[in-house]
Design a protein around this ligand. Structure first.
Ligand code: BG6
Length: 593
């Protein structure tokens, strides 16, 4: 999963800086390494560096590269370690052809073997480098035209991929299957990018490249290519109405903390400006013959929570499966089924693959997405925007809050109680704002200092807060790299309690609901084994060694009980000197399977 950015147009003195600015808008897609290739006086200059784009910018200080065409890449490593030789762009043996890639070339080993037999020398362990040697084999050795060499090579690889190749003859040729690529019509040149938001500050004239299609860019022309026969057709663009997203942290040190503090506003926004859309979505769920929910990571935990909300509030069963497992369940889908897919980015490949599976069975797709004009929003039958605002920290917080709030509203609306849902959300928004303003962070900072050296943290919840326990554990793992695990409270005694020893921090999520007594007993069971009990609860309990008070919002308890754990993850990360916005090995959205 990576970010790709390219431009071909007028000569620029600081072409390298221009490329890196565009690329920086795609760093949420991976920050293991970054690199650019710039065509300057018929020579291709390739510069790459391990780490974030700012490392490459530092390296290019005082050494800018001029040129009029170039491609860039920010990497989330899948094949080959995080070292410079595995960073993109990759070149062929001559060093004249360069490629950047997003996806996984599943048959790369077989192709690599035959290319080595033909004398090709490989410099990296990546699957990507195979592609540029395939092109070289056709272009240089067999005298096939550059664009045909790229097309034929693309037809030879398997998997979900987007490849962008820069030719010394001032052309950029690209193909995509699964992984997103868009092009942009500029005033003095043309752009290629992994997503639309990265282009909006340059142009709103966007060419959507269909799945399985290719494109040729030159300074003032753009043609779409049919990969099957190489036929060309003029590229037509769509005027995209999208506000450019200006990222700033405001008075916060990190995006993560800013986005945690934006959650009261997000709950209110869901409650107050979606009525027509909420009613339409609720009707889709009501009319469906079997509703299935799927998503990845944090979005998946919102889905699990939804299954409890629908059962308790709407007396309705909703099935839940994580998206990466969904295709193994597709067989029972029918045209009457409804698949609800939630994704902050709308680009997560496992979620898109689940949609493709549901489409194979002609099922309906309802998408909950935070990024307008993302792949998921274009594939779904009906899309509801989360309107959580741009989420920049890799850890998802406010988009999670928007999903929970929407599911609650769906559940109330299905039973004709839309207005009740709205008023409960409005009061929860006020209570969350008070909780955040009322010294919660001071408590959490103190707790973080107390457990900073612990290697394991366990979190339990019952009912809907089992999902909250999973989400809390994920936040702590993602940000602080401390091993944290969420359990259904009742599952403890069936094995996991063996992990508890003297001083083991155990967070217990307690709401004023029918699971209260049972989860407090589970806490007592852990305390008996020496656990240090941290209670997240409206009321203090004698079993708690550390109490984090939360407002009593009854069925909406997941909205408040997750926040102390979001803040704990943040402060543990800061205390450990980690980057809370860009944790190691992660990316904001993963576009590979
Ligand atoms: C991961 C992110 O890559 O993808 C998580 O690190 C996120 O924060 C998950 O929850 C799913 O992303 P999305 O965009 O589909 O909600």
């Amino acid at each position: 999963m990576c970010g790709i950015y390219g431009y071909i147009g007028e000569f620029k003195l600081d072409f390298s800086g221009f490329l890196l600015d565009g690329l920086s808008k795609l760093e949420y897609r991976g920050y293991d390494s970054a690199g650019i290739a710039v065509l300057s006086n018929d020579k291709v200059k390739v510069v790459k560096e391990v780490g974030e784009i700012k490392k490459l910018k530092e390296r290019l200080k005082g050494k800018i590269i001029a040129g009029d065409a170039g491609i860039g890449h920010t990497r989330w490593a899948t094949h080959g370690g995080v070292v410079k030789r595995n960073s993109h762009p990759h070149t062929d043996c001559s060093g004249r052809l360069t490629v950047v890639h997003n996806g996984i070339i599943e048959n790369f080993e077989k192709l690599k073997k035959s290319l080595i037999k033909k004398g090709h020398k490989f410099r990296s362990e990546t699957d990507t480098e195979v592609f540029i040697h395939l092109v070289e084999e056709k272009f240089t050795k067999k005298g096939i035209s550059f664009r045909e060499a790229v097309r034929l090579s693309f037809n030879e690889i398997t998997g979900l991929n987007a490849v962008v190749v820069l030719s010394p003859d001032r052309e950029i040729v690209a193909f995509r299957k699964g992984s997103l690529l868009v092009a942009g019509l500029g005033k003095k040149g043309n752009y290629i990018s992994s997503d639309i938001p990265a282009l909006i500050s340059k142009t709103r004239k966007i060419v959507l490249i269909d799945d399985g299609q290719g494109i040729i860019l030159s300074k003032n022309k753009m043609f779409l290519i049919n990969p099957k026969d190489g036929k060309l057709k003029k590229a037509t663009f769509k005027e995209i109405k999208m506000e450019e997203v200006i990222d700033n942290k405001g008075n916060y040190k990190h995006f993560l903390l800013k986005e945690i503090h934006e959650q009261p506003e997000v709950i209110l926004r869901v409650a107050t400006n979606n009525e027509r859309e909420v009613r339409k979505a609720a009707k889709m769920i009501k009319d469906a013959w079997g509703t299935y929910f799927t998503a990845c990571g944090t979005a998946a935990h919102a889905g699990l929570a939804a299954t409890y909300m629908f059962s308790e509030i709407a007396k309705r069963h909703v099935n839940f499966t994580v998206a990466s497992e969904f295709t193994y369940f597709e067989d029972f889908l029918t045209p009457k089924s409804l698949l609800i897919v939630a994704s902050q980015s709308g680009e997560t490949m496992d979620a898109l693959e689940a949609v493709r599976a549901a489409k194979r069975h002609k099922s309906k797709i309802l998408a909950l997405v935070n990024v307008p004009s993302s792949s998921l929003s274009r594939m779904a039958d009906y899309t509801m925007l989360l309107k959580a605002g741009p989420e920049r920290a890799v850890l998802s917080t406010k988009a999670y809050m928007a999903k929970l709030s929407l599911f609650l509203l769906f559940a109330f609306t299905i039973t004709g109680k839309y207005k009740k849902g709205v008023s409960l959300l409005k009061s929860a928004s006020i209570k969350v704002r008070e909780m955040l303003a009322d010294g919660l962070e001071k408590d959490i900072k103190k707790l973080a200092k107390r457990i900073i050296d612990k290697r394991h943290i366990y979190i339990i919840g019952r009912g809907v807060n089992y999902a909250t326990a999973l989400e809390g554990a994920l936040k702590i793992k993602e940000a602080s790299y401390i091993h944290a695990e969420g359990f259904a409270g009742g599952e403890l005694k069936h094995g996991v309690i063996a992990l508890v020893e003297k001083g083991t921090p155990c967070i217990v999520i307690v709401a004023e609901d029918r699971a209260k007594e049972a989860v407090l007993s589970n806490a007592a069971e852990m305390k008996t084994r020496g656990a240090y009990i941290i209670g997240i609860s409206p009321k203090r309990s004698s079993v708690f060694d550390y109490w984090i008070p939360t407002p009593d919002v009854k069925q909406l308890s997941p909205l408040v009980s997750v926040i102390p754990m979001q803040l704990l993850a943040y402060h543990l990360a800061v205390l450990k000197g980690r980057n809370p916005d860009k944790p190691r090995n992660l990316a904001k959205s993963v576009t590979v399977k």
